[in-house]
Design a protein around this ligand. Structure first.
Ligand code: NAD
Length: 278
C-alpha cells in the first residue's frame, strides 16, 4: 500500500503560490485568523496555519476574543477585521460559542476575503460548479491530494462518509465537477459498509476515531482520511484504521501527515488569490 503524504502535495501548492506571488509585485498578503476562546483543536489549527503562512512567505495574525464575548461585541470586532484594507483573507475558527449567531457571521463576511467558503455566495458557487470563489479548504484539499498523485476522478465511484457543510457536501460537489460518480453516506445510511466497499475512492469525514477499517474498503481502493480525532489514549488519529488497510487499499493518506497539511496549503493559495483579486 502506498502512503499518500500531505507534505509532497503541500510542496506542489507552494510552487503555485510562489508563481502567484510574483504577480503581486512585492506585496505580502495577510491572513486574519479569528478565534473565540481557547479550544485545543482551534489552537492547534491556528498554530499549523500560522506556521504554514510563514513557510510560504505570507503574513498571518490571530485575533482572539474571550469565550464569553457577546454577539454584539463580537460583530463589532468582526466588522473591523472584515473592513480592514490591510487584511486580504479571513479564517473564522468554528464552531463559535452558542451566544454568537454564526449564520450572521456567514452573511457578514466579505466573500472576497472568505478563504474557507462559509459565505452563501461562495457556497453557491461551489454548488454551481463555478470555481471563481473559495471552496472550503478541507474539501478542496481532498481533491488536491488526488490530483497531485495523478489519481483520475472521471467516471470513478466515490463514497464520502459525512455530509457536513465543511467537508462532505462541498466535497461531493467538487468531485462531481471532476466527473466522479458520488455517493454521500451519513449516520442514517443503510448498508454503509457495502456502499463504502463498492467505492474506488473512499473518503472518511465522519469525525469517528478509526471507524473505517479494512472491512469497509474494496480491493485496490484509494482511501482519503479527513478525520482529526483524539483516541481514548489521547493519541491523534483519523477516521480510518490505517494499519488494517494493508492488503486491501492500494493507497491511503495517514493522520497526521495527510490531508491536514494540504488544507493549510490550500488556505495559503486562497489567501494569495484573494489578494490578487482586490
Ligand atoms: P461533523 O461532525 O460536522 O460531520 C460528521 C458527518 O459524519 C455527519 O454528516 C454524520 O452524519 C457523519 N457520520 C458521523 N458518524 C457516522 C457514522 N458512524 N456512520 C456514518 N456517518 C457518520 O464533522 P466535520 O466538521 O465534517 O469533520 C469531520 C472530520 O474531519 C472530523 O474528524 C474533523 O476533525 C475533521 N476535519 C479535518 C480537517 C482537516 O483539515 N483535515 C478540517 C475540518 C474537519
Amino acid at each position: 500500500m502506498i502512503t499518500l503524504k500531505g507534505a509532497a502535495v503541500s510542496a506542489k501548492i507552494k510552487e503555485q503560490v510562489d508563481t502567484l506571488l510574483t504577480d503581486l509585485k512585492g506585496k505580502t498578503p495577510k491572513l486574519a485568523i479569528v478565534r473565540i476562546g481557547e479550544r485545543p483543536d482551534d489552537l492547534s489549527y491556528e498554530r499549523g496555519a500560522l506556521k504554514k503562512m510563514e513557510s510560504f512567505g505570507l503574513m498571518g495574525e490571530s485575533f482572539a476574543f474571550p469565550q464569553d464575548i457577546t454577539d454584539e461585541a463580537f460583530k463589532e470586532e468582526f466588522a473591523k477585521i472584515n473592513e480592514n484594507p490591510d487584511i486580504d483573507g479571513i479564517l473564522v475558527l468554528r464552531p463559535l460559542p452558542k451566544q454568537i449567531k454564526e449564520k450572521d457571521i456567514e452573511h457578514m463576511i466579505d466573500p472576497g476575503k472568505d478563504l474557507d467558503g462559509i459565505s452563501p455566495e461562495n457556497i453557491a458557487r461551489v454548488f454551481a460548479g463555478d470555481d471563481t470563489g473559495f471552496a472550503p479548504c478541507t474539501a478542496e484539499a481532498v481533491v488536491e491530494v488526488l490530483k497531485a498523485n495523478e489519481i483520475a476522478l472521471t467516471g470513478k465511484r466515490v463514497a464520502i462518509v459525512g455530509r457536513s457543510m465543511v467537508v462532505g457536501r462541498p466535497l461531493s460537489m467538487l468531485m462531481l465537477k471532476e466527473n466522479a460518480t458520488v455517493t454521500i453516506c451519513h449516520t442514517r445510511t443503510e448498508n454503509l459498509k457495502e456502499t463504502c466497499k463498492n467505492a474506488q475512492i473512499l473518503v472518511a469525514a465522519a469525525g469517528r476515531a478509526r471507524m473505517v477499517d479494512g472491512s469497509y474498503v474494496g480491493k485496490d481502493a484509494i482511501v482519503v482520511d479527513v478525520g482529526i480525532n483524539v483516541d481514548k489514549d489521547g493519541k491523534l488519529c483519523g477516521d480510518v484504521d490505517f494499519d488494517s488497510l494493508e492488503g486491501t487499499a492500494s493507497m491511503a493518506t495517514p493522520v497526521p501527515g495527510g490531508v491536514g497539511a494540504v488544507t493549510t496549503a490550500v488556505l495559503a493559495r486562497h489567501l494569495v488569490s484573494a489578494a490578487l483579486k482586490k
